[in-house]
Design a protein around this ligand. Structure first.
Ligand code: NA7
Length: 543
């Protein structure tokens, strides 16, 4: 081959049926489904240097899934279920990456995944019904279908605090933790943020740092995770009953195979209620939310759960002043994403841990020596931002995807994302989002939501191929009605009442505030999607 031909080949676009952006749980399953089951030519791209999606990036100390391992996993292959064994109740980030690598090996996925490849933009040629996806490695990829599998929590939110550039120490965001780890021995570490990440992180930092200062803006509830190794007997039982477990996960609201008690927290006497909460506290984990059916729908019922946890915080934290600062009073339990922890509150009993209440003394500036709040300077060697993500829309908008009329997703979503079923958005033909805004996503055990989405999208693509259809997009009315349904479902719960929640986009300054995930329940949502497909894809326009 001459040099000229080689150069021409490397710059001519690669042509496939579908481009999938992201090589986490969603992207890997989309590749398997579309290529191995349906015979499509698929190219996956990911800017990361390895597969794993969220779990490629989140390697901070204590990074662990809050869903339990035996159901935070794919259900599409019984063989895979039997071959893989989890070691702990909640898998840590290393184990999840090992699992996803096992999956990619087993289903021969690696050969169609391009890593270290960032999508810089995408545009649609309406005459040919083809997307052109541009990347930073110089070669475009052309495809009929563009499928985003970028995750809901993958664009780090680093707050714009004045002076950060002056800081002489090191700083990190938990979502971009260095793969080689960070040696914090002998260091004065400042942690900003006490969400799910911060609550996993603080006990681990406290174990190694010389001193840990936690900067808390909003006190948070947390339930003990009660992580433990899985016994052989448990593993055997799970493997024998996997089909029932998977069916169960698909029939319920949150995609977790456990039932919510069909009783109001207000129907029982106080002593009995306390007994039930104690039992759930001992069991640990997100199951606590299932103690009563109305914890997330009735303010008084919610207050009983909130109060119970407040009493546990006061029991755990020895210093009454610190306990008071750690006790949430401005929102109800689980109206923001409830964290689960391993000795989080007890961490504040250590001599080397200090809590700074930012509500009393906000951060003013970062200096070369540390963080200055309204009550003085806290000298630090390292700052860790556990400040969350530009959730749902951040990673989608960053892809710079342009509609046939030139508008980007960012332009179209200035007032908030308009989607139909969280799967498509008007004006962007043949663009499918896996767990996009307006779908249950983060309110559900993610693999359940991901599998449902991938299978629905695959079915829609199969429908188009069978019918010789080239293009699909939602009617604007259908998206408008869906956004109204997303709002209705949210307003039937207490979730929109937590005014600083990332569910509302409220954690990112300037982001339009609207409730982003669908709170109507995963099983109900899947029924709606199936009904839409059966009804000739009601609300979608094909050509
Ligand atoms: P979250 O849940 O968004 O938590 C971020 C934390 O950082 C939270 O405590 C915030 O306080 C705090 N924060 C954010 N910006 C600032 C500034 N500017 N100053 C001080 N404190 C700040 O993110 P996580 O990573 O913990 O969890 C995200 C999800 O990942 C989690 O729910 C699981 O689904 C997995 P705030 O509450 O906004 O006052």
């Amino acid at each position: 081959m001459t040099q000229t031909t080689a150069a021409a080949e490397s710059t001519s676009p690669q042509k496939v049926d579908a481009v999938v952006i992201g090589a986490g749980f969603a992207g890997l399953y989309a590749l398997h489904k579309l290529r191995n089951d349906m015979g499509l030519k698929v190219q996956v791209v990911d800017k990361a240097g390895g597969i794993g999606g969220t779990w490629y990036w989140n390697r901070y100390p204590g990074a662990r899934c809050d869903s339990e391992s035996y159901y935070y996993s794919y259900s599409f292959s019984e063989e895979l279920e039997q071959e893989w064994s989890w070691s702990e109740r909640y898998p840590d980030h290393n184990e999840i990456r090992r699992y996803l690598t096992f999956v990619a090996d087993k289903f021969d996925l690696h050969r169609d995944i391009r890593l270290s490849t960032t999508v810089t933009g995408a545009s649609y040629d309406a005459a040919r019904d083809r997307w052109t996806v541009r990347t930073d490695i110089g070669q475009d990829i052309e495809a009929q279908f563009l499928i985003t599998a970028v995750g809901c929590l993958s664009t780090a939110n680093v707050p714009d605090i004045p002076g950060l550039a002056d800081f002489r120490g090191d700083w990190y965001h938990t979502g971009h933790w260095p793969h080689e780890g960070v040696d914090l021995r002998g260091k004065r570490v400042g942690q900003i943020g006490t969400g799910s990440t911060g609550i996993q992180l603080a006990p681990e930092l406290a174990k190694v740092a010389d001193h840990l200062t936690v900067f808390q803006r909003t006190a948070n509830y947390s339930i003990p995770a009660r992580n433990a190794p899985l016994t052989d007997a448990f593993q055997t039982e799970v493997k024998e009953t996997y089909r029932d477990i998977r069916d169960w996960a698909k029939r319920v609201t949150n995609g977790h195979p456990f039932d919510i008690r069909d009783q109001s927290a207000l129907e029982v006497e106080e002593a009995e209620r306390r007994r039930i909460y104690e039992q759930h506290w001992d069991t640990g984990g997100l199951r606590f939310r299932a103690a009563f059916r109305d914890i997330l729908t009735d303010r008084d019922a919610n207050e009983t759960a909130s109060d119970f946890i407040r009493s546990k915080i006061r029991e755990a934290v020895k210093d009454p002043d610190t306990a008071e600062k750690l006790t949430p009073t401005d929102h109800g339990f689980a109206t923001k994403r409830p964290p689960i922890d391993t000795h989080y509150f007890e961490t504040y009993n250590r001599d080397n841990v200090t809590l700074v209440d930012l509500r009393a003394a906000p951060i003013e500036v970062i200096t070369e020596n540390g963080i200055c709040t309204a009550d003085g300077e806290h000298e630090l060697d390292v700052i860790v931002f556990a400040t969350g993500f530009d959730a749902f829309t951040g990673s989608l908008e960053a892809l710079n995807i342009a509609a046939p009329d030139g508008h980007t997703l960012r332009d179209s979503w200035q007032a908030g994302p308009q989607t139909y079923l969280g799967v498509q958005t008007p004006g962007f033909p043949n663009l499918f989002m896996i767990t996009g805004p307006g779908s249950p996503s983060v309110l559900c055990n993610m693999p359940v939501a991901i599998e449902q989405h991938v299978e629905w999208v695959a079915q829609c693509i199969a429908h188009m191929r069978e019918g010789g259809l080239n293009r699909v997009e939602p009617a604007p009315d259908a998206a408008g009605e869906w956004v109204a349904e997303v709002n209705r479902a949210a307003n039937a719960t207490l979730l929109p009442q937590a005014s600083t929640s990332w569910y509302l986009g409220a954690n990112v300054p300037g982001k339009p505030q609207m409730f982003l995930p669908y709170a109507g329940g995963m099983a109900h949502y899947a029924d709606i999607c199936d009904d839409v497909a059966r009804d000739d894809y009601r609300g979608f326009v094909f050509s």
